[in-house]
Design a protein around this ligand. Sequence first.
Ligand SMILES: Nc1nc2c(c(=O)[nH]1)N[C@H]1C(S)=C(S)[C@@H](COP(=O)(O)O)O[C@H]1N2
Ligand SMILES: [Mo]
Length: 513
Amino acid sequence: MTATPIRPAVSLTRPRAVVTGLLGVGSALAVGDLVAGLVAPASSPFLTVGDQFVRLTPEWLKQFAIATFGTADKLALLTGMALVITGMAVAAGLLARRRPAPGVAVVVAMGVTALVTTVLAPAFRPVDLLAPAVALLVGPTVFHAVHAAFTRAARDGLGAAAPLSRRRALSLAGGVAVVSLGATVAGRLLAAAPSTSGPAALALPPAPPVPALPPDATLPGAPAWLTPTADFYRIDTALQVPRVDTASWTLRVHGMVERELTLSLDQLRARPVVEVPITMVCVSNPVGGALTSNARFTGVRLADLLAEAGIGPGAQQLLSTSVDGFTTGTPVDVVTDGRDALLAFGMNGEALPVEHGFPVRMVVPGLYGYVSGCKWITDIEVTTWDAATPYWAERGWAREGPVKTQSRIDTPVAGASVPAGRVVVAGTSWAPHVGITRVEVAVDGGTWVPARLGADLGADTWRMWRTEIELGPGEHTLRVRATDRTGTVQTEREQVSIPDGATGRHTVPVTAV
Ligand SMILES: Nc1nc2c(c(=O)[nH]1)N[C@H]1C(S)=C(S)[C@@H](COP(=O)(O)O)O[C@H]1N2
Ligand SMILES: [Mo]
């Protein structure tokens, strides 16, 4: 009869405990990335949790993030998340120095969080469960195995088998680390691989030709009238841009209509096509900010499609839904008042880029993007204001969002040193769907002096301006104001972006030397 050997109680060293935690959590995330890359890129557990975090973030925190990090807010979020996850992995390891159970429990809890988050995603499909499910199996298993190997090494540390068990433990840990890294890289590459049905594969149907740009559409010192697509501002809640399969994509128009419509991409593109320049503005744009751009959009007129569906009496709102669940609510009377509200599939002569809504987005001249610019659109429900509240209205922003008249000084930039004497002051101004008739500049609170305006290319686009002023040596402030076609002068009343767009006048300090 043999006595059960008494196992000496051992405790993992702190570094080994930390490594155990990091490998358990890291391998789970890595295998999640790999499986997601193979079956459903949007289901990477890391990104799913991030997306849910974006949806649940209170408005003040979101405003703080945008104010602090600007358009790098997504990177900031992902970095913050990585830090929190690393902290939890370290904690899982340190809680498990004597027994694996507390650490395994932490890893399981993280996995369950990812799983639940996946189910709560607005565009959830059952296949999305695969990545977090595999991660939930792998994480605790790896944690347990590495923990066991280190525990054996620690125990044998007192005996003759020490070198062998230590080597085994270290090669297990090293192996897990290498395989995890490989899985993450492979998963990310798979997710980023250009899809065969992406924008590159899609030529635009011909639209009636547009007149050549007059030379004074752009003025020296002001931004290019037509924003190059690569420079067009981008704002959305998607941590990972949705990749839409064009073959199975449809647009459904339903709700308070006489005839429900469902169009394939080919059917939409077969309709009469127009190409119109439209200046888009984000409601979050601060006075003097860069969240506005101008492009030629190619697409079909939304009003025609709605007429075909037949809008029922009492309809007020077009509730548009993106494939990733984001929603915009657009006033029915605005899109049917004759303006060029579009379902666009082209931008600056090429297929809409993935970041700007491929294959189809809505663009409505005169309205901020958050109430009109639904990217990756797949559904339009004709409804009332009371029946549905869209994404940003749910979060405290105004239900309706006409763009406010604004002007911006692009040259010189704030804080610049300029040679005293005649100084070029130039920039842009916009009053979308109303039009700009006058821009004036004032130095040091003095009289308003009109600037020369660039070509008038229609009320739906911004207008450049330029002037030269005399600056003596010393510090100065330059200020700009625009007047729209109704004769209304841009207000000097200062207001922040939330709830319906910033107001005030762009003011730029400069030093003349
Ligand atoms: N699907 C989706 N569409 C969206 C958004 C979004 O977060 N998701 N953001 C809106 C906002 S706030 C703006 S200002 C515009 C920006 O469009 P752009 O990124 O092409 O400039 O898209 C709008 N459409
Ligand atoms: Mo926006």
